[in-house]
Design a protein around this ligand. Structure first.
Ligand code: HAS
Length: 558
């Protein structure tokens, strides 16, 4: 046992190791670049769907939509998560050693090569299969190999991160792991377990099929393996945002987090329940028995619980803070929140979006209601107010403290103001666009579809107003993206700080309470995770092998 006391973690002087900082920064450059490209594609899509704009240079709508989904949902998020988690570990567990850092760099370069390969295929119009790459749409094999490399790159980086986490545990036996480090470990373990699904379908189904080694593909199986990965993917995006909510925001406010133990338990629940629920994306698909769909719906309701725990904790933090500032009445504390600090405002607006975002998720997951919204643009509205608001706005807030912390610059007034403008413009754009998407979806407007008058069908004329609204919202969002890029540039080139800007890490109201031991019993956690996966998936997947499911040839409809 070392003489570690834990107090240095909470000191504003403790910093991300400068060598680790370079790796973090490299990842963050990709985030800014991907945001710009993906955001531009998004703007153009909303303009096309409004019916008032045609794409130039023979660019296809689905080509653009694939670029938008891949570059924002996969590339931007993955680079951010790798960068942020490395920073969180380096800040709370201490510097990476050479081996761990080298793994981070190898992962970064493998992800870069994979991204460029896929991007090239999309640019050459060889892979307009959207980000979910559903068969029987068939892309060029290099697109699948590129995406595989992106995932493999994250594995390598994650290996370095997990080594750092376990090294800390070995060096500090008997102490509870710093919360942020613990949270990265949960997210990483979840990631490794869930990406096995997508790796399996790509390596054993998509690559041989796109090379022509086999003529057909089992679509039900490929979609099931995709969603085995695809749902935990959304929590892989979300958990770094929750890391900021739990462990950073209370310190930004100058108060304590609600409960360290509660935060750990909520992350464990994500590990248990985020994977055995993927079939809720296939509730209207044939080939899966209703019983197994029902079971996964029940498990989906379990994965709502840790988000409700998070909401409760955040309310507790805000109210406690407000009361400390002298708030008296029932809701007065609300006024006392730091409305001029962009780090807080970005996150808070994200949280507000997550209230309807989460409610929408509960609607999607409710078997019969899913029949109404599935494959409509409602779903696109849902994911824009989940990953596109709470998650991305929190990522922006993290950039605000992380970039100056690493580059030795200041969060000056201009950077803070850009952050505030970003928050409000984003809220306006996302509010208009996602509301229109939800309404149009309820009126039956399909998703994954370009502008069409559907042969003059009356119902389709109703959708056009909402599509114009989406273009208005999309335009505000594009302005917000430009502000985000300006903020990014300001944060890495702004005035040098005398004292390094803080990477805030909060203490908790139960800081000294003994840790709940089982939350770090990895053997137990992994056994329970695998047990739940086996219960949810063994029979449905076995049926996909044993029942006669006709295979599908590949289609290239673009
Ligand atoms: Fe979802 C489809 C169900 C959460 C993303 N989801 C998607 C797709 C994406 C996505 C990308 O069951 C589309 C995939 C595709 O391309 O086909 N989703 C859920 C459920 C949740 C949920 C039950 N989704 C997310 C998150 C995402 C995300 C998070 C990204 C990060 N989703 C579904 C289903 C489908 C689906 C079906 C398939 C639909 C179909 O048919 O295709 C839950 O995890 C949500 C729980 C969340 C809450 C909210 C808690 C609120 C908080 C904020 C508190 C606010 C505070 C501030 C403290 C219960 C934590 C307040 C202060 C004041 C003063 C007011």
């Amino acid at each position: 046992m070392t003489n570690y006391t834990g107090s240095e973690i909470f000191s504003s002087k403790t910093r991300v190791n400068p060598k680790d900082g370079k790796l973090v920064l490299a990842n963050m450059f990709w985030v800014a670049f991907a945001l710009l490209i993906g955001g531009t594609a998004g703007l153009l899509q909303t303009l096309v769907r409004s019916g008032h704009f045609e794409l130039p240079f023979g660019i296809g709508y689905y080509q653009l939509l694939t670029l938008h989904g891949v570059i924002l949902a996969l590339v931007m998020t993955f680079f951010f998560i790798m960068g942020f988690q490395i920073a969180a570990l380096s800040r709370t567990a201490g510097a990476f050693n050479n081996k761990e850092r080298t793994l981070g760099w190898i992962g970064f370069w493998v992800m870069t090569v994979g991204t460029l390969m896929s991007a090239a295929m999309i640019a050459m119009n060889e892979a307009s299969v959207l980000y979910t790459f559903y068969a029987p749409l068939q892309a060029h094999v290099l697109h699948y190999i590129g995406l595989t490399l992106v995932i493999v790159g994250t594995w390598v980086s994650v290996a370095g991160q997990l080594m750092r986490y376990f090294r800390w545990r070995k060096e500090n036996k008997g102490h509870k792991t710093p919360l942020l480090s613990y949270m990265t470990a949960i997210n990483n373990v979840m990631w490794i377990v869930c990406t096995i699904g997508v790796a399996t379908t790509v390596i054993f189904q998509f690559i041989p099929w796109s090379l022509g080694w086999v003529e057909t593909i089992n679509i039900t199986l490929s979609r099931t393996l995709f969603w085995y990965f695809g749902h935990p993917l959304v929590y892989f995006w979300l958990l770094p945002a929750y890391m900021v909510w739990y462990a950073v925001i209370p310190k930004v406010l100058g108060t304590k987090g609600f409960s360290d133990n509660l935060a750990r338990v909520s992350f464990v629940l994500f590990l248990f329940f985020s994977i055995p629920v993927g079939i809720h994306h296939q509730l209207v698909d044939p080939g899966i028995d209703a019983f197994w769909k029902g079971l996964q719906v029940v498990l989906t309701f379990m994965v709502i619980i840790p988000s409700l725990m998070t909401a409760f904790s955040m309310f507790a933090v805000f109210e406690t803070y407000g009361r400390k500032q002298g708030a008296k009445g029932l809701l007065d504390w609300f006024k006392k929140l730091p409305w001029t600090d962009a780090r807080f405002v970005l996150v808070f607006i994200g949280m507000l979006f997550f209230i309807p975002g989460g409610l929408g998720g509960i609607i999607n997951a409710s078997g019969q209601m899913n029949q109404v919204v599935h494959n409509t643009i409602w779903i696109v509205g849902h994911f824009h107010i989940t990953v596109g608001a709470p998650v991305i706005l929190t990522y922006f807030a993290a950039m605000l403290f992380l970039l100056p912390h690493i580059t030795g610059r200041k969060i000056d007034k201009i950077a803070n103001r850009l952050g505030l403008f970003l928050a409000y413009t984003w809220a306006l754009g996302m509010g208009i666009m996602s509301l229109a998407m939800h309404w149009a979806g309820l009126r039956g407007a399909p998703r994954r579809s370009t502008y069409s008058e559907y042969g003059g069908a009356e119902v389709a004329t109703e959708w056009i107003t909402y599509q114009v609204m989406q273009a208005v919202g999309g335009s505000f969002l594009f302005i917000a993206i430009i502000i985000a890029i300006l903020m990014f540039l300001k944060l890495i080139t702004g005035p040098k700080a005398d004292d390094i800007e803080e990477f805030p890490v909060a203490m908790f109201m139960d800081q000294d309470a003994p840790v709940v031991k089982w939350v770090e019993n990895w053997r137990l956690l992994i056994i329970i995770t695998i047990f739940l996966i086996l219960i949810a998936y063994t029979v449905p997947i076995t049926q996909m092998f044993t029942e006669e499911i006709p295979g599908a040839k590949g289609f290239k409809l673009w």
